[in-house]
Write a protein that binds this ligand. Structure first.
Ligand code: GAR
Length: 249
């Protein structure tokens, strides 16, 4: 029997990709064991899917954290007697600002710094959950938060070796961002698709591992486009994870 790699999963929602990965690990198509499922949103269906098969779960509530950091910076938590959110001890704003490609510099340094600080608070909590599992690969399965260099550098600890995989609902480099199928459909594309890629410092810019495409016929609705795309995602993602497990990517 092939040696199994240890993978962790992060989600934000329904977790149909997570389910496809759970199923393919269970039936031996993927030589991996899922160690945990984390979510940035409490109460989502994907957490239930994991719990049902005995996978550890946790939540890092990004919305709450971002709200608290905003209140800290405006001073309203002091008047409310709330303890401030603490930045990680090893957080170096200048270093991370120089590395990041998530927010364009023309948005202004204040906005960039708020983004990087609030995400680092959340990302430290993610890392606290993730580190004890000593995973080989982190799989983003519908995780709708961008990860900053603070987090990425603490997962990708071996230079040149990517350890975070993502699935994106478009044929990258077209249509990065949060609504790949919607953007593909509204543009009027005749072909849509999905992409599995590694995470780097940009938004959906990392090296591509695999892609699948489908035809968009006249009269297809956005709903149908999403259905066609998801059906391909459920095949493609396990295949790419298996390639990683075999040391092929
Ligand atoms: C999937 O379509 C995935 O490609 C997309 O979210 C959906 C999650 O569905 N991911 C992104 O847009 C990442 N930026 P699921 O929760 O049913 O797996």
């Amino acid at each position: 029997m092939a040696k199994k790699i240890k993978i962790g999963t992060l989600i934000s929602g329904g977790g149909t990709n997570l389910q496809a990965i759970i199923d393919s690990c269970a039936d031996g198509r993927v030589d991996a064991q899922i160690m945990f499922t984390g979510s940035d949103v409490p109460g989502v269906k994907g957490l239930e899917r994991a719990q049902k098969v005995g996978i550890d779960t946790f939540v890092v509530d990004y919305s709450q954290i971002i709200k608290r950091v905003k209140e800290d910076l405006s001073g309203s938590n002091v008047t409310n007697n709330m303890s401030p959110m603490i930045l990680p001890e090893d957080f170096n704003l200048e270093e991370i600002r120089a590395k990041q490609h998530l927010i364009n510099k023309d948005k202004g340094v204040e906005r960039i710094d708020f983004f990087l600080k609030s995400r680092a608070v959340a990302e430290q909590k993610l890392l606290d959950h993730i580190r004890p599992y000593k995973i080989d690969l982190l799989v983003l399965a519908g995780f709708m938060r961008t990860l900053t260099p603070y987090f990425i550098d603490r997962i990708n600890t071996v230079p040149g070796k990517f350890k975070i995989m993502n699935i994106h609902p478009a044929l990258l480099p077209a249509f990065p961002g949060t609504d790949g199928y919607g953007d593909t459909f509204r543009y009027g594309c005749k072909v849509g698709g999905c992409t599995v890629h590694y995470i780097d410092y940009g938004e959906d810019t990392g090296p591509i591992i695999g892609q699948r495409a489908f035809q968009i016929e006249d009269g297809d609705t956005l709903e149908l486009v999403k259905q066609k795309g998801l059906a391909l995602e459920w095949q493609l993602y396990p295949e790419c994870i298996q390639k990683f497990a075999q040391g092929l990517v």
